[in-house]
Design a binder for this molecule. Structure first.
Ligand code: KIV
Length: 266
């Protein structure tokens, strides 16, 4: 079975088949996501919150993102691995953007990178793609802009904001992005953007009309509870399962049940 490539993303859009993507940040979870058959794994800067326990995604560094991306790349056989460019790794200059994006492919084994932003990042997307680095764009609620946006708020609610998001999406497509994430925007706007583009859209909090869907793995599995956005669906409660299993281990050790003969050497 071959690796998922940008061509598979485009083919799925043409054929009307949905694209699936999840985040993963380490070897064991990346293996699970890959074995489950998901098309792409995003090593998201959301790891700042769900793995590092930070307040938001701004502090995570390039070196930390590369460290996690390496672990994920090592685990994955089929899914496309996408490295998420952290805050200030691409904003200051086109040169920063190309050099740092290149590190994800050269040092960490990613096959693409993701950056947040619309018109303001178009020249960076253009330069990265010309350097043979596939770029996934990300518009709508962009968590690295939390301070400018005044919090994690649904975007594209006014006519002006809708028009800007549509223009951003087209400009990113023209610059060569192979795909665009739409985060926390009204579902009719997501539909309009999706229908106006040749490249696929991947939604998170953007309704059912996108060409694919992405969630943060720790949200889907019930491993992160500090806040759960409205768009998250929990498919498992691994935190409770883990607490039960660990509690059972503790009880069995305290009661002399574990280790038994079966788990001992003679
Ligand atoms: O960092 C991340 O996990 C993301 C997804 C939520 C799209 O950007």
């Amino acid at each position: 079975m071959g690796k998922v490539t940008v061509n598979d993303f485009w083919k799925k859009k043409v054929e009307g088949k949905k694209i699936t993507m999840l985040t993963a940040y380490d070897y064991p979870f990346a293996r699970i996501v890959d074995e489950a058959g998901v098309d792409a794994i995003l090593v998201g800067d959301s790891l700042a919150m769900v793995v590092q326990g930070l307040e938001n995604t701004l502090p995570v560094s390039m070196d930390e993102m590369l460290y996690h991306t390496k672990m994920v790349s090592r685990a994955v056989q089929r899914a496309m691995v996408i490295g998420d460019m952290p805050f200030m790794s691409y904003q200051a200059s086109v040169e920063d953007a190309v050099r740092n994006a290149g590190r994800f492919l050269k040092e960490a084994g990613a096959e693409a990178v993701k950056i947040e932003g619309g018109a303001e990042v178009v020249e960076k997307v253009y330069a990265m793609v010309r350097s043979d680095i596939p770029v996934m764009a990300h518009i709508g609620l962009t968590p690295q802009a939390i301070h400018r946006m005044g919090g994690y708020k649904v975007q594209g609610r006014t006519e002006e904001a809708r028009r800007r998001l549509l223009e951003d999406a087209k400009a990113l497509q023209d610059a060569g992005a192979f795909c665009i994430i739409l985060e926390a925007i009204p579902l009719d706007l997501a539909r309009q953007i999706t229908e106006s583009l040749n490249i696929p859209t991947i939604g998170i909090g953007a309704g059912p009309h996108c060409d694919g869907q992405v969630l943060v793995l720790h949200d889907l599995l019930g491993l992160f509870e500090r806040f759960v956005p409205k768009f998250v669906k929990r498919y498992a409660d691994l935190k409770q399962d883990a607490i039960r299993a660990i509690g059972e281990f503790k009880r069995e050790v305290e009661e002399g049940v574990f280790p038994s003969e079966e788990h001992s050497f003679r």
